[in-house]
Ligand binder design. Structure first.
Ligand code: NDP
Length: 444
């Protein structure tokens, strides 16, 4: 009756996983992507960002090497890195296409939009589908001020052909912190202007303080409690002056707006399909990912829940298993580990101290703030923070928050213990690996 069993709009992390798994369950599947296969994560997010972070970390390693007796002359070529990153993005994106093809999914390099709840216009074609999955992700939020077009977003960042000399980063979230560090490591003189009391709203307070200290130690000027009111041409018209709410101004050659991302739902004909939108234009879904139209589902950033690749992948997989695999699966959103690739990086899983108290737990805090062994000799002024939030009565570990080398790797492993419902005593029964930073988790 329909051309396909499933049509997926959006070839990012969530959409590709859903298409592949649905096809493996025997469904006839087609998918459309009008930009980069692999989506934001592969094309202009996680992957190119992490490669830039690796590039920037080399500067720290060279600086630290002096204390260990090395003399290293170094210089950096931004364009070489940009080209190498772009090449890797192209390679990875191609792997996504190959993977879909191997699973028998029909690929459309085209924009798709609804004509009615079961019919899509895909480029020049009309395709009918029994089920539709919307996995169109998100897009950078525009600055709501005059002169906003003088700023770039994270999308534009990866296309910069030369190192910004004095970039101004607006915002205090993941992207602002990560790209500020990346640029500072690669030699830019960076200013971060954000409107909060500290960077990284929503994270544990101690982690936020530690990350903000890390920004300053990296030579980044951090201005909190301010918002941009206007962007104007500076004396050199290629440069931009950003006027701030405290009456001050700051001038730079690149302005990077990193003030959040919004769901990508425009020009998709959602009205024609009858799909309801909620806050900030996110598609409203129930816990199974079903929209207001029973045969249309949505996963990932477009749903405005947790905007992280591994969550989108899990949601896409659960959708395919539930609808085409006869295995109803619900994705939990309460224990999602996450990391901010600052220098040193931060990572977290579970409840912050404030959230645990607000939820009524009798909270016990175990924390350690120490100089890592590496930096006793490197001369670097860097400290590691490990903080564990415990329920004093049940002894369950409610949250683990860390800032320090390898924090994302360490917290990923701690997240297994939290998912299993571990108690602080079970952490402490575990024998340490010495000397490591992670051993603090079992010694606290
Ligand atoms: P975030 O949501 O992390 O942070 C947005 C920041 O911008 C906050 O400091 C927010 O402050 C501020 N802000 C919002 N609106 C305005 C405004 N009008 N003027 C000034 N400041 C404003 O957004 P990002 O863009 O950094 O990242 C988007 C999402 O992408 C993240 O939330 C995350 O889910 C995902 N991501 C994940 C990464 C990772 O896993 N490592 C890396 C990058 C992105 P306030 O709190 O006051 O609103």
């Amino acid at each position: 009756m329909y051309d396909v069993d499933l049509f997926v709009i959006g070839g990012g992390s969530g959409g590709v996983r859903a298409a592949r798994i649905a096809a493996s369950h025997g469904a006839k599947v087609a998918i459309a992507e009008s930009r980069t296969w692999g989506g934001t994560c592969v094309g202009r997010g996680c992957i190119p960002k992490k490669l830039f972070v690796y590039g920037a970390e080399v500067a720290a390693q060279i600086a630290d090497a002096r204390g260990y007796g090395w003399t290293i002359e170094a210089s950096h070529d931004w364009l070489t890195l940009t080209v190498a990153v772009a090449r890797e993005v192209t390679r990875l994106s191609g792997l996504y296409v190959g993977n879909l093809e191997r699973h028998g999914v029909t690929i459309h390099n085209a924009h798709a939009r609804f004509l009615d709840p079961h019919t899509l216009e895909v480029g020049e074609q009309r395709i009918t589908a029994a089920h539709v999955l919307i996995a169109t992700g998100g897009k950078p939020r525009s600055l709501p001020v005059a002169g906003a077009d003088r700023a770039i977003s994270s999308d534009g960042f990866f296309g910069l052909r030369a190192r910004p000399a004095q970039p101004i980063v607006l915002g205090g979230g993941y992207i602002a912190v990560e790209l500020a560090h990346a640029m500072a490591g690669l030699g830019s003189k960076v200013v971060v202007a954000h409107r909060g009391t500290k960077v990284l709203p929503g994270f544990d307070d101690d982690l936020r303080t530690h990350v903000e200290d890390g920004l300053r130690k990296a030579g980044i000027e951090v201005r909190g409690g301010v918002e941009a009111t206007a962007l104007e041409a500076a004396a050199d018209p290629a440069w931009t002056t950003v006027r701030l709410t405290d009456g001050s101004a700051v001038t730079g050659d690149v302005v990077l707006a990193a003030i959040g991302r919004d769901p990508s739902t425009s020009s998709m004909g959602l009205d024609a399909a009858g799909v309801a939108l909620g806050k900030r234009g996110a598609i409203t879904v129930d816990e199974t990912g079903r929209t207001s139209v029973p045969h249309i589902y949505a996963v990932g950033d477009v749903t405005g829940r947790v905007a992280l690749t591994p969550v989108a992948i899990r949601e896409g997989h659960a959708f395919a298993d539930s609808v085409f695999g006869g295995k109803p699966t619900i994705v939990r959103h309460d224990l999602v580990p996450t990391a901010v690739f600052a220098h040193p990086p931060a990572a977290t899983v579970g409840l912050t101290e404030a959230a645990a108290r607000a939820a009524g737990h009798d909270v016990e805090i175990r924390s350690s703030d120490f100089k890592p062994l590496r930096h006793t000799i490197s001369g670097r002024d860097e400290r590691t923070l490990i903080k564990v939030v415990v329920d004093r009565t049940t002894r369950h570990v409610l949250g683990v928050h860390m800032v320090g080398a390898d924090a994302p790797e360490i917290v990923q492993a701690a997240a297994i213990a939290l998912t299993m419902g571990a108690t602080i005593e079970q952490f402490r029964q575990t024998i340490a690996i010495h000397p490591t930073a992670a051993e603090e988790l079992v010694l606290l």
